[in-house]
Design a binder for this molecule. Structure first.
Ligand SMILES: Cc1cc2nc3c(=O)[nH]c(=O)nc-3n(C[C@H](O)[C@H](O)[C@H](O)COP(=O)(O)O)c2cc1C
Length: 235
């Protein structure tokens, strides 16, 4: 299979720091719209008894130079419960059209509340109402019941009874202020290990792993980090 990325191997020698390349890959995937959600990241957490679980979240940003990936979710969801018990997670981004994979492993901490407020305020009105309407990961009897919960939330914010399937779903009916639910917000996946992978000809893929050690700081949101150590790996 001919592939755009096959000639673009990792630098040799490898750079001492991986996040600049990671950020470049993310930006390229975004700018070139290599797929509809180029920031879709499979996030793996570990549940009770050691059972891994994984789902897609949107990696909203890679923050440099600190080196953490931001995503947003419900703080009462299954992933949140698993992270509360074990704050380690792994994220995988894969862009099929350019044959590149990024694997990030590390510690997850909640974002500061003000940062979650700021991001929540940028979301479309319907999504903000949706965050109030859905108790993510909890059972519900029917879709009709879910729509009813959405309508009740919409009514609570004093808006016309439009539904999530309605055409006007992207409109902001009255510009009504919808505050961030306390159980919705951001997480920071602080990266302790990065693996970059590029598909190569004859399946001789290019692969390297960078690691560093993170030590938590007292504010609960940040870490002190050592320098990166890099190793080329067999594919
Ligand atoms: C493309 C895509 C993007 C998604 N983005 C998010 C997201 O950013 N945050 C989120 O909570 N769920 C997102 N989801 C839904 C999750 O995959 C998942 O169903 C949900 O978070 C519940 O997961 P949990 O029960 O394991 O906590 C997304 C799903 C897809 C397919």
């Amino acid at each position: 299979m001919a592939n755009k990325a096959m000639s673009q191997l990792l630098p040799d020698p490898l750079p001492p720091e991986p996040l600049q390349i990671t950020e470049k890959w993310l930006r390229q995937a975004w700018d070139e719209q290599v797929q509809p959600n180029p920031n879709a990241m499979v996030l793996a957490t570990v549940g009770a008894g050691g059972q891994p679980s994984a789902r897609v979240v949107l990696a909203k940003d890679l923050m440099l130079p600190d080196g953490y990936v931001m995503f947003y979710t419900n703080y009462d969801s299954r992933k949140a419960a698993e992270l509360a018990a074990n704050p380690r997670a792994t994220g995988v981004l894969y862009w099929d059209t350019v044959y590149r994979q990024v694997r990030v492993e590390g510690f997850v901490v909640k974002s500061p509340a003000a940062e979650s407020d700021d991001y929540f305020a940028t979301r479309p009105w319907q999504s903000r109402v949706g965050a109030w309407a859905s108790q993510q990961s909890r059972p519900i009897g029917s879709r009709a019941q879910l729509i009813e919960q959405w309508r009740a939330a919409a009514k609570r914010f004093d808006t016309p009874p439009v539904g999530p399937d309605a055409d006007e779903a992207d409109d902001d009916p009255q510009g009504v202020e919808v505050p961030r639910p306390p159980n919705w917000g951001g997480y920071r996946l602080w990266v302790e290990a990065v693996e970059l992978w590029i598909g190569g000809e004859y399946r001789i893929h290019d692969r390297a792993r960078w690691t560093r050690t993170l030590t938590p700081l007292a504010d609960g949101h940040r870490f002190h980090s050592t320098a990166w150590h890099v190793t080329r790996l067999q594919p």
